[in-house]
Design a protein around this ligand. Structure first.
Ligand SMILES: [Zn+2]
Length: 290
């Protein structure tokens, strides 16, 4: 490792970071880099039975379990779901937390994502970006000298469509990414199936749940079947859903990994924000050393 990178991921809810960046976070952490996930909301409304207080407490515990598996830090703000707003107070709070962590790379949502919390998290990151290097603003935490590279996670929204800049294969960590998902019991096995009217499909026996989450396993010994995978509707975080981006960005994977890119089953994709430091061919090699 030439330099220990500092990687920060700002999500809206206590599982967004895992879904969109679990693979790349595992790769950074395994290579000895420092990773911090931050959820701006406490997840309190992500359940149909528990009270908001019970849900927030349980979800905090789930983030810490996932963090242990990945070997990363996972912070959760004390802001209720559906309540994060791009206020001055939150802008300053985020600027202080980003400056304290001092990331080389900062990941977040796009501002046209579907959920108001995702959009407000994205706006807060955008609003913070330039001010990270302005010493007179929030002088209690020293300003950074250089803005981080800011990247958006992939999303399906089309107004405007996602512009991809970096695609990373995550085959070697996909099972561990599922182990991270598996920590979010209240979401993957309770709330999300309930919200999709599929709660009856979840095995009662916890021992069978991880296999249920994987769904139809991808045959990892054969070449990816992009046609089949492209026809599925990504909503359940199954293996087929996780394989979607590798099929969507096959050309980019081949450009990055050569012929090996044809054989990658799972990937994560990111687009560069215009408001941070821009990526160069050199910095892609330095910041995505895998
Ligand atoms: Zn979310």
């Amino acid at each position: 490792m030439e330099k220990q990178l500092r990687v920060m991921v700002v999500g809206a809810h206590p599982d967004d970071c895992d879904f969109s960046y679990g693979g790349i976070a595992l790769k950074y952490a395994a290579a000895g880099h420092k990773v911090k996930f931050l959820s701006l909301c406490n997840g309190c409304y992500g359940h149909h039975i528990m009270t908001p207080q019970e849900t927030a407490a349980r979800r905090y515990g789930e983030t810490q379990e996932a963090a242990k598996i990945a070997g990363i830090e996972y912070d959760v703000w004390d802001v209720d779901d559906c309540s994060i707003e791009a206020t001055m107070e939150n802008r300053k709070r985020l600027i202080r937390e980003i400056r304290e962590f001092h990331p080389d790379i900062l990941f977040s949502h796009r501002t046209n994502d579907y959920h108001a919390d995702h959009r407000n998290a994205a706006i807060l990151v955008q609003d913070a970006s330039y001010l990270l290097i302005v010493p007179g603003f929030c002088p209690e935490v020293p300003a950074m000298r250089k803005m981080p590279i800011i990247l958006y996670c992939w999303d399906k929204f089309q107004q405007p469509p996602f512009k991809v800049d970096v695609v990373v294969g995550i085959d070697e960590v996909i099972d561990k990414k599922f182990e991270m998902f598996h920590c979010h019991v209240s979401q993957l096995y309770e709330w999300l199936p309930y919200s999709h009217c599929e709660e009856h499909t979840v095995p009662a026996d916890p021992a069978q749940r991880l296999a249920w989450l994987h769904g139809n396993p991808i045959d990892r010994n054969s070449l990816p079947d992009d046609e089949r995978i492209l026809s599925i509707d990504a909503k359940n975080h199954s293996e087929e859903d996780e394989a979607y981006l590798a099929s969507l960005y096959r050309k980019e994977l081949i450009a990055r990994y050569g012929e090996a890119g044809r054989k990658i089953h799972f990937a994560e994709a990111f687009g560069v924000s215009e408001y941070g430091t821009q990526l160069t061919e050199e910095s892609v090699k330095e910041l995505f050393p895998f």
